[in-house]
Design a protein around this ligand. Structure first.
Ligand code: PLP
Length: 375
């Protein structure tokens, strides 16, 4: 084995692809702004590196889920605007203010804690108010939205910088809820403006909404999954063709052995081979984010540019591949689990459809113990 790497399994992230995807999004939605969603460590790609690529590609800001995620970006020197997408525990308000993050407010309690923290710090904190236009996950009820927005407007140390909502069925463009939510949100915006209040930046669109509902792009879009070249859902897959996947999962073969016809591999010895077979062990498993259920569909991996099926249950740290039809496989050879080798490609969607989930869950599930290598 020639590699000097400390581990024979890793993730490669193509930052040029990330930047290209953001450039394309900016062109698509101009003059609206693109804010790139980098929560969950940039959907498993590495938040800091994604943030840098996104800003280089023209993103005007970033979105995170947690205060800690925003602080990590600040500590890495990212000075772009960072919006926290939902209201956070009051105890976090001083950190939000200290690091110049933009809070989302959905309640009077949230408003009070942030105004308090901003008052103590002697600054004016920017906030966005989130409206629940129908998804019923987070947001102020539309009937109470104007009241909350007015309270932000009156609060001594808060500045209303934006008003937003989020769609429940964005990846089903023909779902009637999309138009209903948009109409509800537009009524709230009219009411806010009717009070003589400028809502600031108005936004509603995640990736699917951005691609499928131009009328919902408003002043900015909050795009996550297409930044990574991945697909929000089957209903909008055909709109995602010009975005390039950025992430590959690779490993090196750690052992090769022959087994006899009728024998089987891995826990449970579940699938007997019907001919004498060559089995390669690949040192990554479900603790790294390879779904255990991939064995059941005999998901292929790529070795020497050829498709080879997973031969038995995926274990915590290792999996086995049937390389009988691939000549000369040796320890140290590179295995591509997601990505391209010669003319063959295995996508994140191949995995997600194989195990009945979505691309988001696959990439967010690639664990921290997999080193990310940036190209
Ligand atoms: C409020 C909000 N906006 C935007 C996004 C980005 O969504 P997508 O990755 O589908 O673009 C998310 C992601 O879950 C979200 O929760």
């Amino acid at each position: 084995m020639t590699s000097s790497a400390t581990r024979w399994a890793w993730v490669e992230v193509d930052t040029t692809a990330l930047q290209h995807n953001v450039v394309r999004l900016c062109e698509l939605v101009a003059p609206s702004e693109v804010w790139t969603v980098v929560k969950a460590d940039g959907y498993g790609h590495g938040a800091v590196q994604v943030a840098r690529a996104a800003i280089a590609g023209g993103a005007s800001g970033l979105c995170v889920a947690l205060v800690q995620e925003g602080v990590r970006l600040r500590e890495a020197g990212v000075d772009a605007p960072i919006l926290i997408l939902s209201e956070q525990p009051p105890v976090q308000a001083p950190d939000i203010v200290r690091h110049g993050l933009i809070a989302t407010i959905t309640s009077h309690e949230g408003l009070a804690s942030l105004n308090d923290a901003a008052t103590k710090a002697g600054v004016e904190a920017a906030v966005h108010v989130k409206v629940d236009s129908g998804m019923h996950r987070a947001g102020v009820d539309p009937h109470n939205a104007v009241d909350l927005v007015s309270a932000v407007h009156r609060a001594g140390h808060l500045a209303l910088a934006g008003v937003f909502t989020h769609f429940a069925c964005a990846d089903e463009p023909h779902h009637e809820a999309n138009a209903r939510q948009l109409a509800t949100f537009n009524v709230v915006l009219d009411e806010i403006r009717g009070q003589g209040i400028d809502p600031g930046v108005v936004h509603a669109a995640n990736s699917a909404t951005t691609l499928a509902m131009p009328s919902a792009r408003f002043n900015m879009v909050r795009t996550g999954i297409v930044t990574y070249g991945l697909v929000p859902g089957a209903g909008v897959a055909e709109l995602c063709g010009e975005f390039t996947p950025a992430l590959s999962v690779k490993a090196r073969v750690s052992a090769v052995r022959m087994i006899a016809a009728g024998d089987a591999v891995s826990y449970g010895l579940r699938r007997a081979v019907t001919r004498p077979s060559t089995i390669a062990t690949v040192p990554l498993g479900y603790a790294d984010g390879v779904p255990r259920a991939l064995w059941a569909t005999a998901q292929d991996v790529l070795v020497h540019g050829k498709r080879c099926p997973i031969a038995g249950t995926v274990t915590m740290d290792q999996l086995m591949v049937d390389v009988t039809d691939c000549d000369g496989v040796q320890p140290g050879d590179v295995v591509t689990l997601i990505g391209t080798d010669n003319n063959e490609t295995i996508t994140v969607s191949d995995w997600s459809s194989s195990v009945g989930t979505i691309d988001y869950e696959i990439v967010c599930g690639i664990s921290a113990r997999m080193e990310r290598r940036y190209l």
